[in-house]
Design a protein around this ligand. Sequence first.
Ligand code: SAM
Length: 319
Amino acid sequence: MKPPVELLDENLSSMARISLFHLFQIGLKYGVFQSLSTPTPYEDFIKSAPLPNRALLRRLIETYIRLGLVRREGDILKASTFSYQLKLTPKNAEGLTVDWIPVHEEIYRMVDYAFISSEHPKILMDFDNDSDFWDMRLSLEINRLYREVISSVAGLEDGMRVLDLGCGSVSPVELGGVAGPNGRYVGVDFSPGLLSIARTRVKELGMDWVELREMDVRRILPKKRYDVVVMSFILEYIESPEQLVAKALGMLDEGGKLVILEPFQEVSPYMPAWGFFESLTKEFVEFPSRGDLLAHLEGLGVDAKVKPLGNSVLVLQTP
Ligand SMILES: C[S@@+](CC[C@H](N)C(=O)[O-])C[C@H]1O[C@@H](n2cnc3c(N)ncnc32)[C@H](O)[C@@H]1O
């Protein structure tokens, strides 16, 4: 069996590659590539497209430009020659967890409704109103795998003090479970819906060392100190991730670890394709680049030992 970080990277990279395939299909289905087979002024193209949600159409075109499927010269758009290979070897396939595939298919389908309106009831990507859908996503095998990675790289064990920023509905039980019963786990999240699911589970299991707080992580004040701070799949919703990372480091005790798990841009050249689908969640900004994040942290004068693992994990340890 491959090491967990490698399995994680392979699954995340497959999510990006399969997203590109679906993103390409959207363009074919709505006639984007057919229209742009001749050079067309950007605004004329947007005005003539029979899709009510123009903001989403612009985002689609910007994503195509980033990925090289469409070329922009001045105000003129033109479809590019593009080819990519979706290669799956038996060796790759061995490590793929399968349950994220139907969930991603649901998300691909939501784009059709989003082209009608970003408020369409069939879009289930709001953290609060659609907490059941998010809870299903956060309960997938791949999510369990990355929580094992977090636990192992953080050296999590009973008795530790853990802060989880953007904890969602499942980590309070899975990561909180490792820190207790003698430690303390504080989960912070701004979604009352996800927190309510987490609270019910924590209560049923009698995990009284788990505390859940409803708060925007950008407003958190570094009052208490922790042995471990976790940030998993949260930086993609934050405008200036380096600011939050610097603040999180300030909440660690000496020698404490900040574990960041994120589908960084470095996972695959096709991350913008996956990002297009995730942008159905209104808070989504983009998948951050690990290289840029580290450069920004250096610019802020952050003093921490940096340990990247694979393409999707970053561990920062305070002196
Ligand atoms: C993709 S989920 C990840 C949840 C959890 N960390 C995990 O890995 O299972 C992102 C979570 O971050 C929360 N979130 C996003 N932006 C936030 C913010 N600014 N403040 C607090 N929570 C936030 C969402 O409500 C959601 O629970």
